[in-house]
Design a protein around this ligand. Structure first.
Ligand code: AMP
Length: 301
């Protein structure tokens, strides 16, 4: 695996005769990230990964400075996973001048859920992802379903800006107890780590209550109380339509037309291909660590 730092070196090092797969990351790699590389190896013939902690997506009160940076270990893991090229720019390589041009994702998707609690987050994500796309010019880009809303927004950005890139969304890799792998899990004390799986278990319980017909409003309130009682500070716990993150509005929604960002030409087509897809999403703080997770499910038997 070759490692490059500048955009010029990157452009000189990519074999555009091959199908280029791209996996953007912020480093501190775990098995979830490596699943993206494995999928990229399967679906493309020249795999580029990036490691870049993107200041633009962190608010001033967030963990940009303390975000774990483990470059040497990351490079070893990427090489072992078969990555061909690692792009690891310094801040001034990617942002040689202040990034005045930015990508503003639509409020309907980007100011809800994560966007409500992390204003500007998706603007920072879209800006760096579009810039990385322009640097790498991949045929296929791989993102994790762990960051459900982020993947949806990037999918919409690709579609609305007509980027010639196929997007692949890779399932969430979990620890044995069910905790979604995350670089931020490293912040947890032993006691917090043991407790952390409760976020996932709460989402599982929300799904079961939803399937049993309990009202979403009730499910959400109960879930909030349950985690609060265990010492968590939840930002949101909710069940949304998996196609556009719209709130559940009653059983009629199950047969109404759904929005499909990527695949079906008509919503009728989508409905038959992807009926009744829902997602339970949550973000909550345990101690000082903010964790997010989600659980996709269908109402079909
Ligand atoms: P990050 O380094 O946190 O920006 O993540 C880089 C990519 O890895 C994003 O597309 C994430 O959605 C994905 N990712 C992070 N954690 C997981 C996980 N547990 N399983 C699958 N993909 C993940």
């Amino acid at each position: 695996m070759k490692t490059v730092r500048t955009i010029a070196e990157l452009r000189n090092s990519i074999d555009y005769g091959k199908k280029v797969g791209f996996v953007p990351t912020m480093g501190n790699l775990h098995a979830g990230h490596l699943d993206l590389i494995t999928e990229a190896k399967r679906q493309s013939s020249f795999v580029v990964a990036s490691v870049f902690v993107n200041r633009l997506q962190f608010a001033p009160n967030e963990d940009f400075d303390s975000y774990p940076r483990t470059f040497l270990e990351d490079a070893k893991k990427l090489e072992a996973a078969g990555c061909e090229l690692l792009f690891a720019p310094g801040e001034t390589d990617l942002y040689p001048v202040p990034q005045g041009f930015e990508v503003f994702p639509p409020d309907g998707l980007a100011s809800i859920l994560e966007g409500e609690f992390r204003p500007g987050f998706f603007k920072g994500v879209c800006t760096v992802v579009l810039k990385l796309f322009n640097c790498v010019k991949p045929d296929i880009a791989f993102f994790g379903r762990k960051d459900f809303q982020q993947a949806m927004i990037i999918e919409n950005m690709i579609q609305q800006l007509a980027l010639p890139i196929k997007m692949v969304k890779v399932p969430t890799r979990r620890e044995l107890d069910g905790l979604a792998m995350s670089s931020r899990n490293g912040y947890l004390s032993d006691a917090e780590r043991a407790e952390a799986v409760q976020l996932f278990l709460t989402l599982c319980q929300m799904r079961e209550s939803f399937k049993a017909g309990q009202s979403v409003a009730e499910i959400e309130v109960e879930a909030m109380h349950q985690l609060q009682a265990r010492g968590w500070k939840p930002d949101y716990l909710t069940i949304r339509n998996a196609w556009d993150l719209s709130p559940y509005v009653g059983s009629s929604q199950i047969t109404t037309e759904v929005f499909t960002p990527d695949k079906a030409a008509s919503s009728q087509e989508a409905l038959s291909a992807y009926p009744n897809q829902w997602v339970a999403l949550g973000a909550a703080r345990i101690g000082t660590t903010r964790l997010i997770d989600n659980l996709e499910f269908s109402l079909n038997p």
